[in-house]
Ligand binder design. Sequence first.
Ligand SMILES: Cc1ncc(COP(=O)(O)O)c(C=O)c1O
Length: 490
Amino acid sequence: MEPIDASLGLDAAGIALLPGAQLGTQLHEQLKARILQGQLPAALRLPTTRALAEALGISRNTVVRVYERLLSEGYLQTRVGDGTYVAALRATPSRTVVHLPTEPAPPDTPMWARVQAFTPPRRVEGPPRAFRHGVPALELFPAETWSRLLARFWRRSDAGLLGYTEAAGLPRLRELIAAYLSHSRGLHCTAEQVIVTSGAQQAISLAALALLKPSDRVAVESPGYRAAAAALSLTGAELLRVPVDAEGLQVAALEALGPCRLVHVTPSHQFPSCVAMSLPRRLALIHWAERQDAFLLEDDYDGEYRHAGLPLAPLASLDRSQRTLYVGSFSKLLAPGLRLGYLVAPAGFATVLTRLRGLLDRHSPIAEQTVLADFIEQGHFLRHLRRARRAATQRRDALLEAWQREFGSALPLAPIDAGLHALLPLETPAQEARLVQLGRAAGLELAGLREVGGLPSHSSRAGIVFGFAAVAPAQLRGAVRSLHKAWNKG
Ligand SMILES: Cc1ncc(COP(=O)(O)O)c(C=O)c1O
C-alpha cells in the first residue's frame, strides 16, 4: 500500500496541545483518538519524530516516547528504514471518518430506575462548619494512635495476611464487636453472627438484597433515613411510610398497613426526629413482627451517644424470635470515612449473608480491620468513646444554651437526649425553606427535613436538622447568633 502524505494527515487531524504539563499524555491521547476515529487512516505515514516535535514545539524525546507507546499498543507499525505508519485496525475503515457511537440507552431495569430516582446527599466541601450533621467531632479522631497501629500492621504483615480473607471479617474483630455489644448494649450474640461491613449502609443493603423480593412491602419511618429507604427499594420492594410520634414509630399505623415483610427502624435515636422508641412500642413492634412473620432492621447508627437518661435495650436483645437484624456503625464513633460497620444477623442467616457480602465486594480492607481490632483490644476505643461522648454533650449544651439565649421559646428545639443532632420543628415547609436559605447565605450548613427526612412532597411536616458535634462550642454559639440575626432581618 502506498503511504499517504503525512503532513496532510496530521493537519487534518488538527493536533493541538495545551501548554503545561503532560504534553506526552495529550499527544498520545490525541493520536490514539484520531487513529480510532479513522481521521488518521491505516497506512498513513507519520512525520518523523524530529519533524513532529518541531511542528508542535515540544521536545523530540516526548514524541519518541509517544510513538514507542503507540507502537507497543498496536496503533502504529514501523517498516524498516521507511518510517512509522498507522497500523491497520480491523474495526476502522480506512480514510472514513467514523463518528463516535451514540451513548447506549439506559438499561430498562427496576434497579436502574430506582437508583436514578435517588438524589445523593448534598456534599459540602472543606472542614465541617456549624451545623453539619451526620459527623462526630472529627478533630478528636486519634490519628496518631491509628497511624502507629497501621504502621505496625504494615511492618508485621506477611503474605498470609495480605491475601483474601473471610468475607464476614477478621475473626478477632468480630469477637471484639460481639463482646462490646454485650457489655455496652446488652446485646448478646456470638462472633459468628457478626458480619463486618462497609458501614451501616452496606449492612442495610445486604439485608435488603438477601431478604426481600420485588413484590414485598417494606415499611420505613416517616420522617426517616432516606438512604436506607433507597437501599431497601433496590430489590423492587414497595416502600410504605409509617409516621413517627413522641414514642417512635407508630406501631398501630404499621399494623393498619396490612402485611409487610420488613421494617427499618432507628429505635435508639430516631432519625431525624430524635425520639427514643418507648419500651411498650418496642415490645409491640416485636409482637407485630412475630404475627406478620416479618423482619426488623434495627439501625443503631449513633445509639452510643446518650446525653440524658439511660439507653433502652435494643430490639435485638428483646426479640426472642430472632427476627431482628441489628445494624451498627463506627461512622459516628470514629469517622465515617473509615467505612466500618457491622450487621448482627440471626444465627441461621449469618452464612448466606456472609456469602452475599463476599459476592458483592469480598470483604473489608484487612489493614483497617486489624487496626480497629488492635484499637479496641488495647483500650483506645473505649477511651476515645468517652472523649467523643463528653465532647458531644458539651456541644449539645452549648447549642441549647445559645439557642435559648437567641431564640428563647419563640422557636423551641426538640429535646436532645441522645445522638449528634437536634431537630427544630417548624410549622410549614415554606418556613423550613426560608430558614435553610437564610442560614446557608450566612455561611452555615443547614439541612431541611424534606431534604434529609425522605418526606413526600405532600407531607406538611417541616423542620431543620442541626448537627452539633462537628464543631467546637464557641463556633456553635457564633453560628446561632448569625442565624438569629439573619432570621430577624430576613
Ligand atoms: C439513620 C442512619 N443510618 C445509617 C447511617 C449511615 O451510617 P454509615 O456511615 O455507617 O453507612 C446514618 C448516617 O448518618 C444514619 O443517619
